[in-house]
Design a protein around this ligand. Structure first.
Ligand code: FES
Length: 126
């Protein structure tokens, strides 16, 4: 009996600390304006931008059918991102102002690795 009480306490504690996990970083828009945000672990960068009223288009809603969620990362951060799928690579090829550290914002989730980064929203060419 004492044992199951202790294990239920542990479960609740774990849940609470996961919900509190936030990561702070900054988006920079094409005009150079900075937008600091705090984001929950596991959210996609496209959704974090929208939650904070930051203009990042995301026309297909994260279905890998556009490249309007294009983001440019700092090299040290880019190197820590999970590998790109073939589908992301194909879509990214169509992005305007493509760089060596470009990724699609709808494919990147918030993790502790992103703490303190600045990520740039490139000019969409319009
Ligand atoms: S929102 Fe369309 S590919 Fe990311």
């Amino acid at each position: 009996m004492g044992r199951s009480f202790a294990s239920s306490l542990n479960t609740q504690g774990a849940r609470r600390s996961f919900a509190q996990e936030t990561v702070s970083f900054t988006y920079i828009d094409p005009t150079g304006e900075e937008f600091p945000v705090e984001a929950e672990g596991g959210k996609h960068l496209l959704d974090v931008a929208h939650d904070n009223n930051i203009e990042l288009e995301g026309a297909c809603g994260g279905e890998l059918a556009c490249s309007t969620c294009h983001l440019v990362f700092e090299e040290k951060i880019y190197d820590k991102l999970p590998p790109m799928s073939e589908e992301e690579e194909d879509m990214l090829d169509l992005a305007f102002e493509l760089t060596d550290t470009s990724r699609l914002g709808c494919q990147i989730q918030v993790t502790k690795d992103l703490e303190g980064m600045t990520v740039r929203i490139p000019d969409d060419g319009y």
